[in-house]
Design a protein around this ligand. Structure first.
Ligand SMILES: N[C@@H](CCC(=O)N[C@@H](CS)C(=O)NCC(=O)O)C(=O)O
Length: 214
């Protein structure tokens, strides 16, 4: 299988399936397409008619959109969702909420791993969304987290969906309550996360529209 991704510093959607594949031990090659260069769109469109990364190539099959890639992976690696039906339903709900929501947080605190921007990006709306994320992290941990340090104990697709938020909270130094901070530290300590962060720090491309902060 091949996973087509964008810049590791900026492409939060790419991180999600990449991390799930690494943690689940799924072998894959990666193709990195630096975004917003003159040739980027044509390169992405050659793989994915939707014109976005990430896209998973499995033989003749193309699977695009982060959440559908995560679902495809879980068909052969069911440990990527919690085993318990109620926990699995909640994991899917919080994953879908991340996928379709938190637009203000994504706009004002965009993923930029290399930067340290404490206090920036804080608007009433982005802070309200951050508070909602902390509440759902606490709820998942309290109800289903006894078996390990992640949202549902063992690592799951829900953690893959929120991994970029952990990085945003790190870049913008968003204060977290102790249970959420412990969760964020567990995500950051994953060897695959360390690998992604180190690669992002080595990247040399700078995308101007993602480097402008008010
Ligand atoms: N809903 C999609 C969003 C994918 C997306 O917006 N990808 C961005 C990079 S993070 C992209 O491909 N941007 C390049 C472009 O639009 O040309 C998903 O979950 O995968």
């Amino acid at each position: 299988m091949k996973l087509v991704i964008g810049n590791k510093n900026y492409s939060s959607w790419s991180l999600r399936p990449w991390l799930a594949m690494k943690v689940a031990g799924i072998a894959f090659e990666e193709e990195r397409i630096p975004l917003y260069l003159p040739e980027s769109k044509a390169r992405i469109l050659a793989v994915n008619p939707a014109g976005k990364v990430p896209c998973l190539v499995d033989g003749a099959l193309r699977v695009w959109d982060s959440l559908s890639i995560l679902e495809y992976l879980a068909e052969t690696h069911p440990q990527l969702w919690p085993a318990d039906r109620a926990a699995r339903a909640l994991a899917r709900s919080v994953s879908a909420e991340m996928h379709s929501g938190f637009a203000q947080l994504r706009t004002h605190m965009s993923m930029n791993i290399r930067r340290s921007l404490p206090g920036r990006g804080r608007t009433p709306e982005s802070l309200a969304e951050a508070a909602r994320i902390m509440a759902l992290w606490s709820d998942c941990r309290a109800r289903h987290g006894a078996g390990g340090p992640f949202l549902f104990g063992a690592f799951s697709n829900a953690d893959a969906m929120y991994a970029p938020v952990v990085l945003r909270f790190r870049t913008y130094a968003v204060e977290l309550p102790p249970d959420c901070d412990a969760y964020a530290q567990a995500v950051l300590a994953l060897p695959a996360m360390r690998e992604w962060i180190a690669a992002a720090e080595r990247e040399t491309e700078s995308i101007p529209q993602f480097e402008q902060y008010p």
